[in-house]
Ligand binder design. Sequence first.
Ligand code: SF4
Ligand code: SF4
Ligand code: FES
Length: 247
Amino acid sequence: MSEIVKGRILKINILRFDPNEPKILPHMETFEIEEAYGMTLYIVLNMIREHHDNSLMFDFVCRAGICGSCSMLVNGRPTLACRTLTSKLDENISLAPLPLFKLIKDLSIYTGEWMRYLNEHLETWIHDQEQELNVDKLEERMDPDLADEIYELDRCVECGCCVAGCGTIQMRPNFKGAVGLNKVARYHLDPRDKRTDEEYYELVGDDDGVFGCMTLLGCEDVCPKDLPLQSKIAYLRRMMIKTAIKN
Ligand code: SF4
Ligand code: SF4
Ligand code: FES
């Protein structure tokens, strides 16, 4: 990796394609941008759009690694553009949309459809089994260490990087991926969620869930939020095996 070199000319090679104009085949387009101190790929993309080609499409909302919108392949590796400093990269940089998600245009993808299906399927909300809402009820106390552990997993921004970096999803389109397994681990840890181990087994106790995971950990390598995906997948696997033996 190179150090910051003042005035470096970056060659940004971007995969261009608009599914609504299939006659124009996918092709790479190169833009030259002078590097500045502290520059991120998000800044680079905005400069390209402002000074070279205003038809370039890419997604962003927060510019701070919080919304998960700007995920893309940077030199073939899934990551967030707004959190990637150009100083950490060589002059030749290739950008492409994340695979597996619906392509809107250029670097813009639609992760929402995939994530919505996942959240609905895994029912990623607290199941407290109370029939009626009681606004006067005191919030249940929670051990601070456990609250921290749950918060750690809640930091997932649904960017899709772990999905794009997962070999199993390429072969099993219904595989829940690290993002889904992480969410299940999060709710299983939460004492307010009253689902039984057997109910969780129904959700991810098969080859589209935790038993399909090959544990090669591409997901943890690329997660821009550094979530402990490895230990949570192992946690779920242990829990699923115990449940299977018990029954
Ligand atoms: S687990 Fe990490 S890589 Fe996967 S969607 Fe969440 S933040 Fe992104
Ligand atoms: S460890 Fe499992 S979830 Fe993570 S990339 Fe590999 S197969 Fe996918
Ligand atoms: S713009 Fe929100 S994570 Fe990059």
